[in-house]
Write a protein that binds this ligand. Structure first.
Ligand SMILES: [Fe+2]
Length: 254
């Protein structure tokens, strides 16, 4: 009888947990009080046909950003750091099967709703996966040096000049204590701003103080520059302007 009773209890706990899990209602990405049209990155950038998260191919060779970002940094950053976020995210999802098949962006927009045991892993590893996937897209070789079109107009409206924007953006990047990211984000009205996030947080997360759709994001973790620039983050942030893919940034801005 005792065995049966503990068995029933285990089943009850299991059923309750599943019921609770089923109740997780992940809302669509939402910033600035209105549902927006997504970030411009496709889900196939983040996961494969089997639903597991995956590392998409780097859109250029490791040495393509030389001399501004060296090949070794790119190799380690992409194949070790980014791959590590993907692997750990998949391992976390294995422990919460009710989250399998959810889009990465839906998970990030609902960190607070996630089961306690998985929440931090999705925040850190899922944030790392999203942020790096995005980063590889907004930098690139033979980049156009200046923004153009609607994006340029919005940037001038906000910062008066491209140089002033770069100055403010670099200053914000220098102000990140420890590891994190500096972003240019837009709200649903196309209004731009510069914000920073700690660690692997980003502005799509419900828990982020600043919200917005990222259109440019630069990694200021030491692993992004230490091999070439050592402790000189300012030099890395000066070099980065040579590899920002303004065409992609303009496309993301819409
Ligand atoms: Fe990184």
């Amino acid at each position: 009888m005792k065995t049966q009773s503990s068995h029933s209890r285990r089943n009850f706990i299991k059923t309750s947990a599943l019921a609770a899990a089923g109740a997780i209602n992940l809302v669509a990405l939402d910033w600035n009080g209105a549902v927006a049209a997504g970030t411009g990155l496709r889900e196939s950038n983040f996961s494969g046909d089997d639903g597991a998260f995956k590392l998409a191919a780097l859109p250029y060779a490791y040495n393509a950003l030389e001399p501004f970002i060296d090949a070794k940094t790119m190799e380690v950053h992409y194949s070790k750091h980014h791959q590590g976020y993907v692997d750990k995210l998949n391992a976390a999802i294995e422990k919460s099967p009710e989250l399998k098949g959810r889009s990465l962006e839906a998970l990030l927009a609902n960190i607070e709703q996630l089961p306690e045991g998985t929440r931090n892993a999705v925040r850190n590893q899922g944030g790392g996966h999203w942020n790096h996937t995005f980063f590889w897209q907004v930098i690139g070789p033979k980049a156009e040096q200046q923004p153009s079109g609607k994006l340029k107009d919005a940037m001038i409206a906000k910062w008066e000049s491209f140089d002033k924007f770069k100055e403010e953006f670099s200053k914000a990047g220098m102000g990140v204590f420890g590891s994190g990211w500096v972003w240019m984000v837009t709200d649903n009205n196309g209004k731009l701003s510069i914000v920073t996030t700690p660690n692997q947080d980003n502005t799509l997360m419900d828990i982020s103080k600043d919200k917005g759709k990222p259109v440019l994001g630069i990694d200021v973790w030491e692993h992004a520059y230490y091999l070439k620039h050592q402790n000189k983050r300012a030099d890395y942030l000066a070099d980065i302007w040579n590899v920002v893919n303004w065409k992609k940034v303009a496309e993301l801005y819409g």
